[in-house]
Write a protein that binds this ligand. Structure first.
Ligand SMILES: Nc1ncnc2c1ncn2[C@@H]1O[C@H](COP(=O)(O)OP(=O)(O)O)[C@@H](O)[C@H]1O
Ligand SMILES: [Mg+2]
Length: 243
């Protein structure tokens, strides 16, 4: 299950109530990870580097929001919903096109405006509190958007193993495990990073990372010797209620 109701703590709450064991993270972790503002506040508190951001409520004048961005962030910025996924409604904006792009997100109550971090796109997976591995994505498109994620014709390059020094790779996996533990995730999680000027910026942690043919966790697992069926077994064996 993905997204609203499946990934954000709702179905988890129901399953807790009826005491049916379930896979992946529990109620609180699901809520926290799904809400980019809540989780980023926790990352910042724990000194985990994440792009600077503003939470935006669509109640300010165009003039005020541009002023606020200029005061707190630098253009270009990324605007995105707080609890979507799959890069849906994520836009990279300059000062000249931000107002037009903000209009596309008006149906969301609140959104996030974040400093754009150039550089490499690297994602790291944890399973059952152990480091599974990482993968780099090299989209041919402007960024790792919906098409780049799901349309094979977009020809996003998946690079595994990730080309990082051993030390940097260890830093990355330590960071992924730290975030997984911090949000108290269970089973599988996948953390999305940008790697720029030798630093990892955490974009988000996903408690229900994709499991399709093109998905990254199965690909990482398979590279590190865990076939799909074994991966499913590991996930299922860990299923429980929060207790
Ligand atoms: N601050 C940012 N700087 C650079 N690229 C970003 C930033 N935020 C998002 N992106 C791009 O958009 C993609 C989706 O953003 P992400 O925060 O992971 O949300 P989603 O939940 O939709 O996956 C990222 O994988 C990245 O390519
Ligand atoms: Mg993501």
């Amino acid at each position: 299950m993905h997204g609203q109701f499946g990934e954000d703590g709702y179905i988890q709450t129901i399953l807790e109530a009826v005491k049916i064991p379930y896979t992946h993270s529990g109620v609180i972790s699901s809520i926290l990870a799904m809400d980019k503002v809540l989780s980023k506040k926790i990352f910042i508190k724990e000194k985990i580097l994440t792009p600077k951001f503003i939470e935006y409520f669509f109640n300010k004048s165009n003039f005020k929001i541009i002023k606020e961005i200029q005061k707190k962030l630098k253009f270009p910025v990324v605007i995105k919903p707080i609890n979507e996924g799959s890069s849906v409604n994520v836009f990279i904006c300059t000062k000249s096109n931000i107002i037009k792009n903000l209009k596309k997100l008006e149906n969301y109550k609140r959104i996030i405006i974040e400093e754009f971090i150039p550089g490499r796109e690297i994602q790291a997976a944890i399973i059952n509190n152990k480091k599974l591995g990482a993968i780099e994505l090299e989209p041919k498109r402007k960024f790792y958007d919906f098409e780049a994620k799901y349309n094979p014709k977009a020809k996003t390059k998946h690079i595994i193993p990730v080309k990082l020094s051993k030390k940097k790779y260890n830093n990355l996996m330590d960071l992924a495990l730290k975030v997984h533990r911090l949000i108290k995730c269970r089973g599988v999680s996948r953390s999305d990073f940008k790697f720029y000027k030798d630093k990892f910026y955490l974009l988000e942690i996903n408690t229900q990372p994709g499991m399709t043919n093109l998905s990254l966790v199965p690909e990482i697992a398979s590279y590190y010797g865990i076939r799909f069926i074994k991966l499913l077994k590991m996930i299922l064996d860990d299923a429980s209620t929060n207790k």
